[in-house]
Design a protein around this ligand. Structure first.
Ligand code: SF4
Ligand code: SF4
Length: 481
């Protein structure tokens, strides 16, 4: 049997996260090269090493990855994986973005909202919240690390001095969520030797809605939806948005804690173990679904604990016969038969637009976060809903749902924008093109769209054909046809 030397280099990318690159030294057949997996978790890396006991593995150690390499060697010893491993010391790092805390703060936002991108559901634990580290045994620490993504973070409700002294056993960053006064929190992020602090504000949804104020330079705002008043206020906002096809920017910018519960069921990360809290019932003083006692973790696989919780809630809520089931994540955050759960189910059943509301909010949030110029929070963005059509406003399609999974159209100030979901890119377009694309979203045929546009603008066939040619070229250029 031929033996090979695999070089494992864990390189810091421009977002200050780590990419695991595995290469074979020398000439190797295609079958060996094709057998190298994509590695994002400690478990995947250990499995790869286990699978190659007779080959040599060379780890390239750099300043940016020395902690990870050390943890991998420790895990190999813990799990008694014997392999021919050597470490190449002292390699230089490439220059990367120095604002690493921005990446980790964005991670905190994802942790709080639960809006993880789909691929994170298959790449083990991204965020671990631990109430009291001293209660976590060495064995449990090993299991948690083994079940985590290489680019994970540890969250703690502790003081910054504790962060400085922290023995780093989990995550690229250690982050504490410290309550200050008056609904203000400090998010303190330690990555390598650097410590950054970012202030955030936590408000209940109904308090914010009664007095919505977001000013330029304001701290990031997180909204909680926990009480009956919050549910009522949230459902009124969703209903108003569907009826008017408008959202004010101040309603787009705040993050919603556990926003995933209002999104499509595919967003729920409960059973994938993407975020986990050990012995910590609340986050920002609000309950979470992913909390687990350390005893349960010691005895059972993480996934089985949440599978059981989910099945229990699913049966008690009668989800299997519910009309909202195709979209609803059957969220387990609220106990069954409580007022909150009743309001949750009522919103999901009577306002199916809620799923779209969350999608629209997030598309617009990424647009306004990317704006270099000042955006006034009181400005309004307009878009189409099933009830209100902004561009293709034709009698026979007024009640029709918009069915495009590919793109989204909106208007802000005097301009119209197209967002392509696959590439996550925004384009400024004109009203006519928006009308054409909205017609397509409504399932109209080319002939119907042509008749509508010609009629509306009193166009000859020749003018329409010129427009249609440009529209076709544009849709090809942006990957829509
Ligand atoms: S159970 Fe609810 S809150 Fe928890 S991840 Fe799923 S949708 Fe989000
Ligand atoms: S609305 Fe309620 S009952 Fe229906 S699927 Fe969702 S959680 Fe289950």
């Amino acid at each position: 049997m031929s033996t090979y030397s695999y070089v494992v280099d864990i390189i810091e990318n421009n977002n200050n996260l780590l990419d695991v690159i595995v290469e074979v030294q020398g000439n190797a057949p295609e079958s060996i090269l094709n057998d190298i997996p994509v590695i994002q978790t400690y478990k995947q890396l250990l499995s790869f090493i286990k699978k190659h006991p007779f080959h040599s593995i060379l780890f390239v150690k750099r300043k940016s990855n020395e902690l990870i390499v050390k943890r991998i060697i420790e895990l190999l010893n813990e799990y008694e994986v014997t392999s021919n491993i050597t470490v190449l010391e002292g390699m230089e790092d490439a220059d990367t973005n120095k604002e690493a805390y921005v990446t980790f703060f964005n991670g905190v936002k994802t942790f709080i909202t639960g809006m993880y991108p789909q691929h994170f559901h298959h790449t083990k634990m991204k965020h671990l919240l631990v109430k009291d580290q001293s209660e976590i045994s060495h064995d449990l620490k090993t299991r948690l690390l083994y079940s985590s993504n290489i680019n994970s973070s540890l969250l703690l409700p502790e003081a910054p001095t504790a962060l400085e002294e922290l023995e780093s056993w989990f995550g690229l960053a250690q982050i504490s969520l410290q309550e200050k006064e008056n609904q203000h929190y400090n998010v303190v992020i330690k990555e390598k030797a650097n410590i950054h602090t970012k202030e955030v504000v936590v408000l209940s949804f109904h308090t914010f809605t009664e007095n919505p104020s977001v000013k330029e330079g304001d701290n990031e705002i997180f909204l909680t939806i926990d009480t009956v008043d919050d549910y009522l206020s949230f459902s009124a906002t969703v209903r108003h948005t569907e009826l008017t096809g408008t959202l004010r920017i101040m309603h787009i910018l705040p993050h919603i804690k556990d926003e995933c519960m209002w999104s499509h069921k595919s967003v729920c990360s409960l059973r994938s173990g993407t975020r986990l809290a050990v012995g910590q019932p609340n986050v920002l003083q609000s309950p979470v679904c992913y909390s687990i006692g350390k005893e349960e973790l010691t005895n059972k696989p993480i996934a089985s604990v949440f599978d059981r919780e989910f099945s229990k809630a699913f049966i008690l809520s009668g989800c299997h016969t519910c009309r909202a089931l195709p979209d609803c994540p059957s969220c387990i955050k609220m106990a069954p038969q409580t007022e909150e759960k009743k309001h949750y189910c009522s919103i999901r059943q009577t306002l199916p637009f809620v799923t779209e509301f969350i999608t629209i909010r997030n598309i617009l949030k990424s647009f306004f976060y990317g704006q270099q110029r000042f955006v006034s929070p009181s400005e309004t963005v307009a878009f189409s809903t099933k009830v209100k059509k902004l561009f293709y406003d034709k009698e026979s399609t007024r009640e029709k749902a918009l069915s495009s999974q590919l793109y989204f159209l909106f208007s802000w100030k005097e301009d119209v924008y197209l967002y392509i979901k696959r590439t996550m890119k925004f384009y400024k377009i004109n009203n006519l093109l928006a009308t054409y694309l909205e017609g397509k979203m409504l399932g109209e045929t080319e002939k119907e769209i042509q008749a509508y546009i010609q009629d509306k603008h009193n166009w000859s066939l020749e003018i329409y054909e010129q427009f249609n040619e440009k529209a076709t070229l544009f849709t090809q250029k942006v990957g829509l046809s």
